[in-house]
Write a protein that binds this ligand. Sequence first.
Ligand code: ZN
Length: 197
Amino acid sequence: MGLFDSIYAALACPVCRSVKEREIQTKKGPCLMLRLEVGDTIEPFFYGDYWIEEEWDCDDCRKKMPEESQWHKAFIHCINGLIVEVTPEKPPPSDRTWETAMKRSKNPPLWLRRLDAVKAEMKTVRFPRTAQEGFRQCADLSETALGWFRQSVRDGHPRASAEELEKERCLLVARFSAAEARRIVKWKKERGRYFRG
Ligand SMILES: [Zn+2]
């Protein structure tokens, strides 16, 4: 069969009724011998809601069956490339196949076309490789931010003493905290509106 990827899902055999994890091989992914399941993503990512139609055979009864009745259908339901479900029945709507998703993708939405710009920018960023390195970057960033903050307080009060500057800094921090608290209250309200499950 050459290279492929495998999607694993628990499915009932329509012949012997055994329910177990099945290997569903597909050539519609990157063909890197990946082991995928619900919750994983499968490239190429197409925009929208679509399903991949594949077949699998049952370990328990394959040898007792003639070749033509060994194969059972499985539908791998994807949303923007995320595998959300593997089912023996065609998920509705029935025209949203991998093939139509692929054809439609030649006209991708604007945000998807801009992904290259995002990717180019990401390439210029060096992300931390270890927790320690990440922690150090965080500490550096907050030290830099604090430095800028102190500098801007000094610039705003050119004739103030060190004590006055410190007092002004504390006042500003207190105002930031109050604003943050108000923001959290507002966010919780908005979150309730948009993400209520
Ligand atoms: Zn079976």
